[in-house]
Design a protein around this ligand. Structure first.
Ligand SMILES: *[C@@H]1O[C@H](CO)[C@@H](O)[C@H](O)[C@H]1NC(C)=O
Ligand SMILES: *[C@@H]1O[C@H](CO)[C@@H](O)[C@H](O)[C@H]1NC(C)=O
Ligand SMILES: *[C@@H]1O[C@H](CO)[C@@H](O)[C@H](O)[C@H]1NC(C)=O
Ligand SMILES: *[C@@H]1O[C@H](CO)[C@@H](O)[C@H](O)[C@H]1NC(C)=O
Ligand SMILES: *[C@@H]1O[C@H](CO)[C@@H](O)[C@H](O)[C@H]1NC(C)=O
Ligand SMILES: *[C@@H]1O[C@H](CO)[C@@H](O)[C@H](O)[C@H]1NC(C)=O
Ligand SMILES: *[C@@H]1O[C@H](CO)[C@@H](O)[C@H](O)[C@H]1NC(C)=O
Ligand SMILES: *[C@@H]1O[C@H](CO)[C@@H](O)[C@H](O)[C@H]1NC(C)=O
Ligand SMILES: CC(=O)N[C@H]1CO[C@H](CO)[C@@H](O)[C@@H]1O
Ligand SMILES: [Zn+2]
Ligand SMILES: [Zn+2]
Length: 470
């Protein structure tokens, strides 16, 4: 009788499965010194030193492709989120709040002030929505140098975000973020838990770990993640990993044959291992930092047997800033983008990923109108959103240039068309998507398209040799 009753209550009291939604917004890079009176060649500042001597053009009210985001662009993006969907289950905000200008213009206080401006804007627009924030590499002074563990800046931001963090999980999330920049939180009324990682301590530009050869697991974050994921799996949760800097290679940098990556290699390898150990509980991953729209795949093992079994995927969300990266010419600029995700609250599976964007040229000439850009499933012809279907998509893009071109246009949020992307550019995207491991990436990009031909030649020559022998 007791058992029957238990089953009965479980049936009645279980959360009803529904399709929920959340926003993923990132990389605002608010520039408080942006002015329409400024110089587009000098970050749209009026008096930036060193000033460039040629004046390129007049910055628009909503931004310029050579500059970071003016407050008008930030307000417009947040207002668009409200107008498009004002009642999501939660909002992921993955950092990079300040402009791409030298450290000399900043201090801990000015960085915290800019984080506060964005926090107030978001909270003012969505006062009743849970937020899951993390810091980006630009949200520290000096930039990129956030130390593992506690810091004054992180503590001040924890105070700023206390309302959000406490709402997620009594004071556990607050304490965790305050002391490590990371936390785990359950999304109420769903089976989903979010693990927010501090990826900044794994960055190759972060001297506090990069210069320390013995630092194999800074702040024990891998050990912590391993432990948490084991417990979450035991509790039947479905996990979304989120963070600012992604592992693997950047898909828009062609200058070096070894590619361009962000994580120190030892942490890149541990990240991949973490996913391989826990892929069953990790439903999806949400990262940022590139400002471009792409995705990454993870596989079961090192694939020495030649079989590729895709087990996890990571979505890289476009940024709000349109800033043309100075990393290399081909890196380019992007239109501002924001992303709405639809998911099943019981399984955690994503049912749709919808990206909205602002055509910046048009916004400056007319009115800022945030438009629907694309839905993942229909745009790419996917049956579902999973590691398998994205693996299949990446394979299809290799042989179907039209399909690849669709991806390439989305990559810069409709800023660039695909005509400038040569076959080696296309290969770089394919290898960046499929090979998060640095060694495997290099091997992938080094593989010539001529391989089937050389094999063919080899067979012909080989058979000729055989014939001459006979
Ligand atoms: C803004 O510009 C002023 C004047 O050049 C400078 O002192 C200040 O550091 C800049 N602030 C930021 C955050 O860029
Ligand atoms: C939060 O971090 C600050 C700065 O590191 C520290 O002084 C404070 O004790 C911490 N608070 C809690 C509740 O952990
Ligand atoms: C957001 O606003 C609410 C209501 O004004 C306030 O209680 C909460 O602390 C704020 N949260 C943050 C993170 O600013
Ligand atoms: C980081 O270390 C490098 C190499 O020692 C040094 O050149 C650079 O100035 C350091 N950067 C910071 C921000 O400490
Ligand atoms: C280097 O990292 C190790 C392990 O995290 C740590 O114990 C040690 O204090 C670090 N050394 C320095 C100089 O920061
Ligand atoms: C990829 O390989 C091509 C040669 O096929 C080379 O020109 C390019 O620099 C490489 N790119 C990266 C990022 O490794
Ligand atoms: C995109 O997907 C969303 C969520 O499923 C749906 O509501 C919307 O109608 C779709 N839009 C288009 C143009 O297909
Ligand atoms: C999702 O799609 C892939 C191929 O696109 C397929 O192999 C897989 O079985 C599908 N999964 C589900 C749960 O339908
Ligand atoms: C050792 C190392 O990677 N140092 C880098 C730390 O970050 C600064 C910029 O923030 C780089 O200039 C250093 O090369
Ligand atoms: Zn950024
Ligand atoms: Zn970044």
């Amino acid at each position: 009788m007791k058992a029957v009753l238990a089953v009965f209550t479980a049936l009645i009291c279980s959360n009803e499965a529904r399709i929920g939604t959340f926003w993923h917004v990132t990389d605002f890079h608010l520039d408080v010194n942006y002015t329409t009176e400024g110089d587009t060649a000098s970050m749209c500042w009026k008096n930036k030193s060193p000033a460039r001597n040629n004046r390129n053009g007049r910055p628009g009210v909503y931004g310029d492709y050579l500059c970071d985001a003016p407050i008008q662009l930030v307000l417009s993006a947040v207002d668009a989120m409200r107008k498009i969907h004002s009642n999501p289950d939660f909002i992921m905000w993955t950092g990079d709040d300040t402009a791409h200008v030298e450290d000399k213009y900043f201090s801990t206080a000015t960085v915290v002030e800019i984080v506060k401006t964005l926090t107030d804007t978001l909270n003012g627009t969505f006062p009743n929505i849970p937020f899951l924030p993390v810091l980006g590499n630009h949200d520290y002074y000096p930039k990129n140098q956030l130390p593992p563990g506690k810091s004054s800046l992180q503590g001040q931001v924890a105070e700023l975000w206390k309302g959000w963090l406490d709402r997620l999980d009594a004071d556990k999330a607050f304490k965790s973020f305050n002391s490590s920049g990371r936390y785990v939180a359950d999304i109420k009324g769903t089976k989903v838990s979010v693990m927010a990682l501090n990826t900044l301590i794994w960055y190759k530009s972060n001297n506090s770990t990069a210069l320390n050869k013995t630092s194999d697991d800074p702040d024990h974050q891998f050990a912590w993640a391993d432990e948490q994921l084991t417990a979450l799996a035991k509790n039947g949760r479905k996990v979304y990993l989120m963070g600012h800097i992604p592992p693997g290679n950047f898909e828009r940098y062609q200058q070096k044959t070894e590619g361009f990556h962000w994580y120190q290699e030892r942490y890149n390898q541990r990240f991949i291992k973490l996913i391989q150990d826990h892929y069953e509980v990790i439903e999806a991953q949400f990262f940022a930092h590139h400002h471009t729209d792409s995705f990454r795949l993870f596989f079961k093992d090192d694939r020495r047997d030649g079989k590729a079994q895709a087990i996890s995927y990571q979505l890289l969300a476009p940024g709000v800033t349109p800033w043309k990266s100075t990393l290399s010419e081909e890196t380019g600029a992007n239109n501002p983008g924001i992303r709405l995700v639809s998911y099943d609250t019981e399984t955690g599976k994503l049912t749709e990923v919808t990206t909205y964007y602002l055509d910046l040229r048009d916004a400056n000439e007319n009115e800022p109108e945030w438009k629907f850009e694309y839905n993942f499933t229909t745009y790419y012809g996917l049956k579902n959103i999973s590691a398998l279907s994205l693996f299949d998509l990446n394979n299809r893009m290799t042989n179907d240039r039209k399909l690849f071109d669709r991806y390439y246009v989305a990559n810069t949020v409709k800023y660039e068309d695909a005509s400038a992307c040569t076959p080696s550019c296309q290969k770089l995207h394919r290898c960046s998507i499929a090979e998060v491991d640095y060694t495997r990436f290099r091997a992938c990009n080094a593989t010539s398209k001529l391989v089937p031909w050389s094999l063919f030649l080899f067979l012909i020559v080989g058979s000729q040799c055989l014939r001459s022998l006979l």
